[in-house]
Design a protein around this ligand. Structure first.
Ligand code: TMP
Length: 244
């Protein structure tokens, strides 16, 4: 399936051309990185888990009216997506305090955030993806005020949809990162992936703060059983959806 030209290789995926210039093939790798690629490794079958998980989550979002780049999933590591120009922002939504928010503010882990935070980070590895302000987004001309308003609204809608979906899986959606792009008609589409690489997911059946982690924090913190956690997320999702 991956017979096209490579157009982009990121840390977790490779994008290939297809016969249709409006469509790209996204190939999900097993490679895992953390802390801006200072930590590198592989998670067995991560590409398969994340491609399947992201496929189901994009379908959940499309059903709830969120436009995404997802088209179909012809292989278990391969997704066909609408070609977009990525807006260089990492949009993070937080329902509970974790990760860099705790490190930077001292908020205790798990503090509920109501309303949820919607934050913008500059997608630029050389700079370590710094936190942005609205004024900095304007100064750098990364997105227009209208685009930021639209992105914020969609990010909040994604949060409502996925929080409810993961609740049915007995998983708490702690936080997640989104990326957006513009297609050839300048339509704003949710892009990249949504998976245990890009979300914090806590198992509601576990109270232990390490045992409950079902996401890439197991890799970041060397907690072990990383692939098992991704497999568990997929199993729970499959219990709530019809097959692809
Ligand atoms: P943070 O607490 O490290 O800022 O991460 C917030 C959320 O964003 C968490 O769910 C992990 C996700 N994330 C990514 O998907 N890519 C990244 O490069 C980073 C730093 C975080």
């Amino acid at each position: 399936m991956t017979e096209g030209q490579k157009v982009y290789e990121g840390k977790a995926k490779i994008l290939y051309t297809t016969e249709d210039p409006e469509v790209l093939l996204s190939y999900f790798k097993d490679d895992a990185t953390a802390f801006n690629a200072q930590k590198k490794g592989q998670i067995l079958d991560k590409g398969r888990f994340n491609c399947t998980i992201a496929t189901h989550l994009f379908q959940v979002l499309e059903a709830d009216g969120v436009p995404t780049h997802w088209l179909d999933t012809p292989g278990d590591r391969e997704m066909r997506v609408r070609a977009v120009t990525i807006i260089p922002l990492e949009v993070v939504v937080r329902n509970f305090a974790a990760g860099s928010l705790c490190q930077q503010t001292g908020l205790p882990l798990g503090t509920p955030l109501d309303p949820p935070l919607v934050e913008f980070y500059y997608k630029k590895d050389e700079l370590g993806d710094p936190l942005l302000t609205r004024d900095r987004i304007r100064a750098l001309a990364l997105a227009s005020d209208e685009q930021i308003a639209a992105i914020t609204q969609v990010a909040q809608a994604v949060n409502v949809s996925l929080t409810a979906f993961f609740q049915r899986c007995q998983i708490t959606l702690v936080d997640f990162k989104l990326e957006f792009g513009l297609d050839s008609q300048q339509r704003l589409l949710l892009a990249d992936e949504i998976s245990p690489d890009t979300c914090r997911l806590w198992d509601q059946s576990q109270t232990d703060p390490q045992a409950r982690i079902l996401d890439k924090d197991r890799f970041r913190q060397d907690l072990g059983q990383v692939a098992d956690a991704y497999a568990e997320v997929l199993q729970r999702i499959l219990g709530q959806v019809s097959p692809i």
